[in-house]
Design a binder for this molecule. Sequence first.
Ligand code: TSJ
Length: 664
Amino acid sequence: MSQVKTADSSYNAGKLQVLEGLDAVRMRPGMYIGTTSVRGLHHLLWEIVDNAIDEALGGHATEVAVTLHKDGSASVWDNGRGVPVDEHPQLHVSGVELIYTRLHAGGKFGNENYAYSGGLHGVGASVVNALSKWLTVDSFRDWTHYQMRFETVWDEKEKKFHAGRVVNGLEKIGNTRKRGTLVRFLPDDTIFTEDSRFNSETVSRRLRELAYLNKGLKIVFHDERAKDAEKQHMEFCYAGGIGDYVKFLNANKTSLHDAPIMIEGKKDDVICSVSMQYTDGYTESVFSYVNNIPTGEGGTHEMGFRTAMTKAFNDYARKIGALKEKDANLAGEDFREGLTAVVTVMVKNPQFEGQTKGKLGNSEVKPAVENVVALGLTEFLEDLKNGELAQRIVEKAIKSAKVREAARKARDVARQRNSLEAAPLVGKLSACTGRKAVENELFIVEGDSAGGSAKQGRDRRFQAILPLRGKPLNAEKKRLDQVLANDEFRSIITALGTNIDEDFDLSSLKYHKVIILSDADQDGAHIRAILLTFFYRYMRELVAQGHVYIGMPPLYLVKRPGGIQEYAYDDKELKKLTAGKKNYTIQRYKGLGEMNPEQLWETTMDPANRKLMRVTLEDAAREDEIITILMGDKVDPRREYIISHAEFNKEDSFEAHAMTEKEN
Ligand code: TSJ
């Protein structure tokens, strides 16, 4: 393997520092990419993809392609200008070398065209280089194909790795008629020890999302590892941008109008696009983004959007006489009943706040978005050809206000009677004896029989069991009053002690771990999705503060001679357990009910042995989105989706982060 050149004129103190900078990334990868779990692994890919998308955003590229290769590497290509290859006047190294070896260097800095680049993933290509075994860059520029290669090399003298060193300096490979940049890298599996393989589902989902967010951009995805031809090659390109996105989200629902309401504008350096489509349902689904990054916790852009919507619709309602002078204004939520919307903004120097950094904090964005949306929406409503739709939305809102008022009254009565505390829990919840909420755990268990096993197997000092009989109803199609009327949800609300929605109070939480235990089959996945959607919609803080977990029962029991029994939680573990062994039998667990109380305790409930996945707000939001897509009026696509996504215990599906108890 080649060595790093020393003692030439370009080798100066500054450069040495730079290289040690990359080594530092390997010492503390978490500081740069947050985590070395699969999530951090994907951050590497998003960083590179972001750079290609930036080239398109700047108007220089029309196509981006991502390939997952069989050797575990990934490559990203765009048909833009090609990364600059000329030498930096002071540093005497090429632009390419600068981008990959200097922390925080790159085209994005000090360049107006790149002012809106992503703030969250923007760790720099150099970080990707530092955390890869090797990385290659091909630049097709000025009719010439240039190439450069970096490797993380072992230093025998110093007994350590040097991150991302140049092994092949910038070379002219030949002539070309192509333009663009191709970057390929192999994530270092000694860094990403948990899992160093890219997840096809995660990657394709995000690429599809990026295609919706960047109107007209063609994004191609190749997964050379996939067996299924259908999954090997996908193309995403949406001429309607986020308008197509809301149509996709509403595909299984009955929408009130065909063409989404589109609003676009720029105010004070904030570029803002909104698409809205109403359905005949009751729930509101607003998906927001800042510089192409999802903001699951909302923030100032969503606030501006809501304020503007409320104002524009109320003004319009008065103008057409639906609201009289004496009438109070309608509430914002009344105009959002049945609404699916996508709000996306481009912001300079975005500040991300909140637990998961999923909330936009920039205060200047609210008035800017408010201005753009109020103007655009008013224009839409006052356009005579939209009059009929506008009238229907106002009527729907007036109806919603009436129902809401009735529900509030009913709730007040219910609260006075304290009925939430009473009936549904009798004979259902098996409470624990301990009184310390911080230590206590509530297992929400699918089915009475598994509930019975859990009840017998648990440590009653701190573990409470709430069995669910059948499925709780899907919160998606229901109004709050209907959700409150459902016994399964009522018992969960009562057991947790927090109340819900506007009245939610985290400080009254009686169990700091809320653990969903469902079967590893379709029904189980469905129940889990419904529960997560419920928590996401009505107890969001519970998820945001990390109180919600998914219990992981083992999938297999391996028995060997001599009475040896071992459990495997996924196929990978099963392979490990049986590798090189003869004389064993495998029992596959289909449901929790197949385990006796001792087995359930040992494998799934005992904090010393069990596996839990902590649910992030992102995970819950994804379930919510899936439910939004699925729980429409049409049945077949829904079934198909559930079936293809239900095997959550397989490595490459549900992506909450598996953690053992110790890591928490
Ligand atoms: F991440 C990355 F940096 F490695 C990367 C960059 C990865 C990929 C897939 C693409 C890119 C990239 C960078 N694509 N296109 C560019 N463009 C530039 O860096 C560029 C090109 C021309 C000029 C110019 O002023 O002529 C300026 C820049 C910044």
